[in-house]
Design a protein around this ligand. Sequence first.
Ligand SMILES: *Cc1c(COP(=O)(O)O)cnc(C)c1O
Length: 451
Amino acid sequence: MHDELLRDAAARAAAYLDGIQTRAVAARPRDVDAVAAALGGALPEGPCDPADVLALLDGAGSPATVASAGPRYFGFVTGGTVPAALAANWLAAAWDQNGFSRASSPITAEIEEIALAWLVDLIGLPAGTGGAFVTGATMANFTGLAAARSKLLADAGWDVEAKGLFAAPPITVLVGAEAHSTLFKSLGLLGLGRERVVMVAADEEGRMRAEALPAITGPTIVCLQAGNVNSGAFDPAAEIIAQARQAGAWVHVDAAFGLWAAASPEQAHLFDGFAAADSWAGDAHKWLNVAYDSGLAFVRDAEALRRAMAISAAYLPQTARREPFAFTPESSRRARGIEVWAALRSLGRAGVAEMVARNCRQARRFAQALSDAGFAVLNEVALNQVVVAFGDEATTARIVEAVQDEGTCWCGATNWQGRAAMRISVSSWATTDADVERSLEAIVRVARANT
Ligand SMILES: *Cc1c(COP(=O)(O)O)cnc(C)c1O
């Protein structure tokens, strides 16, 4: 029974992936509208043949997807899934491993340790850095900041895990004016407050201004960014970290996609200085091109991370080896490190570097061609992000929508430095130069027809 069903699933998935080369990238409203009728209704009273369940899902679900696995999806800085990671994801789903502990899944604990060590090497983080596989950069920021909170307060004689934040010594949190919206959510979840942060002015590319950093006194977390979600710009890490270190502050880096710049010799200079921080958040489901959800948290002081995340229960073995549950906010969880391992094993150091460098070159091509066509590129294209305006706010909004409707490619709307704009994020392993030319032709044609 398994055999036939899984072969059917594999055949349908392969047909789906072939099909996204030629279909519209956006989901068609009529296909989305049809989902409720095909898949909804009352909860079935009795069982249904799994093969029929799959056929239903494929028939109504596949056309209603966003073709983000395809080569011309340029939204939200997310990538697709490299073949080895997709296949490993299927096998891991069959394994049904609970990544919680060594006892629940020794293989997951082993593979995650291997993948973490490879990542620390690839990114150039300090030896001994601890890490955790989490759902995304939001939770990775949460995880790194939880370690920061724990260490700073422990140093001030306060056990935050035991006592909470009420009556704790205050922690100052410095955040750049162009920090990602989810960073504030992570700070709020930790009781550090979304609004009690001290905002540090940023320049026209969204980089924190080093000279605007206030004097640091008392327990302080400085939140840096490696890769602004619009411009792709990196904060001046070397200058800021030197100041922060002197004052005993903890430096946390939101490097959701910028982390991967460090893996490409052509782009690695952008990450210069960041390895001197204390914690880093990254997304494997962005530029490493593995399936959602897959975020990465790294903490230089692995013991601070362990103190923030550890649990104790009589049924848990306290082994000498790394126990996954002692480093993550979650307990039972899927073994997402397996796909990270598979992507790294399949691409190798050179493969990751090639993907990052190619996507950056493709972003520069987008910027040059759109600028040549008379449109305003609003950012310095130093990485994989292109922010382009087509005129006033209404015109730009109309064109972004028309580009999505036309279907050759998908780019999202944004607002950059007070201007409505379209954002092109090139971060998929699948994007070829021919895809870029096809997308450019469509964007320019649609934009001209709408101005
Ligand atoms: C995408 C992103 C996030 C949030 O990541 P999720 O994986 O969606 O949680 C945070 N910061 C930056 C800079 C990002 O690009």
